[in-house]
Design a protein around this ligand. Structure first.
Ligand code: TPP
Length: 628
């Protein structure tokens, strides 16, 4: 016998189901998520938490006419399954398959793409206002997690909503978790609402009544609960002050209650916020026991949730080095914007709990907070992924660099992030940082050099940034203690006179391979680890510019504005027009996929470099041949 899930080709099929079937479908979706993601990896916990919510939304509303805007959109897998992508769901995050986030190009049901947090309310408000201007009737629903409300943009939107539209539904999906435990006053505030005794009894009786009577009674109960919430639950005042009518909190796993509530809310002529309580990882015990791990992960055993032991990562080396440096230097403090796990700062926290700060999903605040601490003599280290630091460009310029403050930015996931795709690739940081006066910008070729660069940066009087990639380290021998490097000096790994190959960061391995290939072809190749993107080793560039036929640069970054471009600029300033073969990412957004396959597709390979370099070298050889 086929499953209910197999009959779901579009949201219309969901609307045909009765309550009992919907409940059955919810369980089938959970099983599908657990099985599929055990092979592909992905955001299991968040999606297990929104199964009923997504079913209720698709039962009550009509996409693509109505608009669902998911914050981050890592929890949109169920939406994908219900909107014509069920059969391809096993391709999620796989090369050529479904993206792990909402993607406008993937489906007409994905009205807004995301990957970074805090954007749902603003985008949804934009859609609602566009609808109002055009005289449209569609519903706009923003779904945002509790951690999205630690982000300033959500509050910038809240500040605006009531003034701009009368019809917008915001769903606050509260599971008390960010990736780690949610932090700060907002998290405490939500917790107070949730644990309010008066509400709890209302909520329980509401659920019981809905189960017994369903339909109209449920609406009455929800209304009554809302009245009660207003009179008894003073905490709801926050959203009311912003001009949104507050409903809830209600059980986000009670499908009939959710459906009735949305049917009721869609008729409201005021912006509303529905607070629902969900369990991240619901239906899979390992995910309930390991919230952090199951937020997003690689393949796992679908029975036990066990994953393979990982290799040592750059994040771990970063964190352990920071512990080592902080042991000796009491000025060092560590700051994360809701990524203690991903950045490795989890490992720092127990060693120096008073010098560890998780500020929530608030990169701009993190950087300005760091600037403030730096004015008082501290040495803040902001551990922020390259892609998320994009958020903080202005604070880096205006608050840190302009005031010459010694804040260190450790940019994890710099370079292609792989499976997560374009929202998460860290391909722009060189371009956005190297133009900032006073910035020192480095990229280590391996983990030992990462430690040295951290030591170097802590000793600088101004701002610095270090970019290092996602994943496993090179596996080199580590020195017992990091050593400061000479500022702005490249490391010549092998000398040569016909071509100078510069491999930035771990791209040094490609530079070395190319060097070896060219040597085998009879060319004399210098292989250089630049170490510094800024200040550049101009002396080294000038030295080689006098000798070689061309430079080759390898970087895990967009070519435009990247490291290779900086070499071109220096050569231009030196008035030495030596060709530079720049190997890096092209001027387009790169899809998700396996790093090696994407490098091959976009020409970040030895062969692609050779195809450009050999003609340049041959041209130089020719006069010699003719002369002989
Ligand atoms: C600007 C930005 N910083 C950090 C992240 C990393 N991140 C992805 S999901 C997430 C937590 C989201 O928590 P919440 O919104 O409560 O949703 P849940 O996963 O709990 O359903 C974080 C910090 C991000 N996506 N965007």
């Amino acid at each position: 016998m086929g499953t209910l899930l197999e009959t779901i080709q579009s949201p219309a099929d969901v609307k045909r189901l009765n309550p009992a079937q919907l409940t059955e479908l919810a369980e089938e979706i959970r099983a599908c998520l657990i099985q599929t993601l055990s092979k592909t990896g992905g955001h299991l916990g968040p999606n297990l938490g929104v199964v009923e919510l997504t079913l209720a939304l698709h039962t009550v509303f009509d996409t693509p006419t109505d608009k669902f805007v998911f914050d981050v959109s890592h929890q949109a897998y169920v939406h994908k399954i219900l909107t014509g992508r069920r059969e391809r769901f096993d391709t999620i995050r796989q090369p050529g398959g479904l993206n792990g986030f909402m993607l406008r190009t993937e489906s007409e049901h994905d009205c807004y793409g995301a990957g970074h947090a805090g954007t749902a309310l603003s985008a949804a408000l934009g859609m609602a206002v566009a609808r109002d201007l055009a005289g449209g009737k569609e519903h706009v629903i923003a779904v945002a997690g509790d951690a999205a409300f630690t982000n300033g943009i959500s509050f910038e939107a809240l500040n605006n909503i009531a003034e701009q539209t009368k019809r917008l539904i915001v769903v606050l999906n509260d599971n008390e978790w960010s990736i780690d435990r949610n932090v700060g006053a907002i998290a405490r505030y939500f917790h107070r609402i949730v644990t309010n005794e008066h509400y709890r009894s209302f909520h329980e009786s509401a659920s019981r009544l809905v189960e017994r009577f369903g339909g109209k009674t449920a609406v009455t109960v929800v209304r009554r609960a809302e009245e009660a919430a207003k009179s008894i639950l003073w905490p709801s005042i926050l959203f009311e002050e912003f001009g949104l009518q507050y409903f809830g909190p209600i059980d986000g796993h009670n499908l009939p209650l959710l459906i009735e509530t949305f049917n009721f809310l869609k008729r409201e002529d005021r912006p509303v916020l529905l607070h629902i309580l969900t369990e991240k990882g619901r239906g899979f015990q390992p995910a309930l026991d390991g919230q952090k791990k199951f937020h997003g992960l690689g393949p796992y055993d679908p029975e036990t949730g066990k994953t393979k032991a990982g290799e040592t990562t750059y994040s771990e080396v970063f964190a352990n080095t920071l512990v080592q440096l902080a042991n000796e230097d009491p000025r060092i403090v560590a700051i994360t914007a809701a990524m203690p796990n991903g950045t490795g700062l989890d490992l720092f926290r127990p060693h120096h709990p008073r010098r560890y700060f998780d500020v929530g999903i608030a990169e701009e605040h993190a950087v300005i907070f760091a600037a403030g601490m730096a004015t008082r003599g501290y040495r803040p280290v902001c551990a922020i992924y390259s892609t998320f630091l994009q958020r903080a460009f202005d604070p880096i310029v205006h608050d840190v660099a302009l005031q010459k403050l010694p804040v260190l930015f450790c940019m994890d996931r710099a370079g292609l992030s792989g499976d997560d795709g374009p929202t998460h690739h860290g391909l722009f940081d060189i371009a956005y940082l190297r133009g900032i006066p006073g910035m020192t910008l480095m990229a280590p070729k391996d983990e030992d050099e990462l430690a040295d660069m951290m030591k170097t940066a802590i000793g600088l009087p101004g701002p610095a940034a270090i970019r290092y990639p996602r994943g496993a380290v090179a596996g080199v021998q580590r020195k017992p203690a990091p050593q400061a490097l000479p500022i702005g000096k490249a490391e010549i790994l092998s000398d040569g006179s016909e071509v100078a190959i510069l491999g930035l960061g771990p791209m040094i391995t490609l530079a070395q391979e190319l060097g070896a290939r060219l040597e085998r072809e009879g060319f004399s190749a210098a292989v250089i680890n630049p170490r510094f993107i800024k200040p550049l080793d101009r002396e080294m560039i000038e030295l080689y510019a006098r000798r070689v036929a061309c430079f080759v640069t390898f970087e895990d970054h967009v070519k435009m504005g990247g490291f290779g471009s900086s070499i071109v600029e220096v050569l231009d300033e030196l008035n030495m027009p030596i060709p530079v073969v720049r190997i890096g990412w092209p001027d387009q957004f790169i899809e998700h996929g396996k790093v090696d396959a994407l490098r091959a597709k976009y020409g970040l390979t030895i062969d692609a470099a050779l195809a450009e370099v050999l003609p340049l070298l041959a041209r130089r050889k020719r006069p010699t041949l003719i002369a002989s």
